[in-house]
Design a protein around this ligand. Structure first.
Ligand code: NAI
Length: 245
């Protein structure tokens, strides 16, 4: 992994840090000597420079409480990585209950809005900050999820672009990631049984394989770094070429 000395001493908030891509992102920033505040509804273990908070990000009062607690201890959050999210089992609209629709929207979109509104004011005070939101190929095309998931990831893309436009002049860089097939617990069902679904996905991917979450983490470090200083409002595919077709 590339070494970025600039992250040493920085404070990074990563949502979804207990599993998959968020966990890999948290580890990547820890390796770069940043202090990482991990948010997740699953329990996590504290370790050197890693401060976990267990929180349901779809619950407004919990986000407000945890946000205030974090800011009291770490008033200078430099980087916000909004990664927590859930899948909708690829359900078409007629099989999507209103409850599922709302749950997907609250978890995948509203949580990003809430966390941004907690940390952005403090970034603006210092005229410096980086926000990276988790979209997906499902934020750009159909077929990467069901009706609710695709709706939510498109919303993440729209929100990212508006944030990027509104705060560019004030020193805030905002971008999104659009991963394709990443091997995480979210996709465990594809690997179940004879793993024929996982095989099909690999074959359909131009690079002919699934990616490890560390490959998304590497792209995250780049986007958060000075090497990406002129990238604003981009939705960066990390998809092995899936969007080429
Ligand atoms: P994962 O299931 O391994 O990790 C997601 C994490 O988010 C879990 O630790 C979970 O507890 C947490 N989370 C979910 N709802 C939460 C809530 N209400 N409050 C707090 N924490 C919550 O999944 P993975 O694959 O790492 O996904 C991370 C993000 O990447 C998601 O937003 C997903 O949509 C996105 N993504 C994943 C892709 C993949 O192929 N794995 C492809 C494209 C996007």
């Amino acid at each position: 992994m590339i070494e970025y000395s600039e992250f040493s001493g920085k404070t990074v908030v990563v949502s979804g840090a207990a599993s998959g891509i968020g966990q890999a992102q948290a580890e990547a920033f820890l390796t770069q000597k940043a202090t990482v505040i991990g948010l997740d509804q699953q329990p996590m273990t504290a370790k050197e420079r890693f401060i976990p908070y267990q929180v349901d990000l779809s619950d407004y009062s919990q986000v407000a409480e945890v946000g205030a607690a974090i800011l009291a201890r770490y008033p200078h959050v430099d980087i916000l990585i909004n990664t927590a999210g859930i899948l909708d089992d690829y359900l078409p609209t007629l099989s999507t209950t209103e409850e599922l629709w709302m749950k997907i929207f609250q978890t995948n979109v509203t949580s990003i809005f809430r966390l941004t509104n907690v940390f952005l004011p403090h970034m603006l005070e210092r005229k410096s900050g980086v926000i990276i939101n988790m979209a997906s190929i499902a934020g750009l095309i159909a077929g990467g999820g069901g009706a609710a998931y695709t709706m939510a990831k498109h919303a993440v893309v729209g929100y990212t672009k508006q944030l990027a436009l509104d705060y560019a002049a004030e020193g805030i860089r905002v971008n999104a990631l659009a991963p394709g097939a990443i091997k995480t617990p979210m996709n465990a069902a594809d690997f179940a049984g004879d793993a024929s679904m996982a095989e099909w996905v690999a074959k359909e991917t131009p690079l002919n394989r699934w990616a490890e979450p560390q490959e998304v983490a590497a792209a995250t470090l780049f986007l958060a770094s000075e090497a990406a200083s002129y990238l604003q409002g981009v939705v960066l595919p990390v998809d092995g070429g899936w969007l080429l077709k």
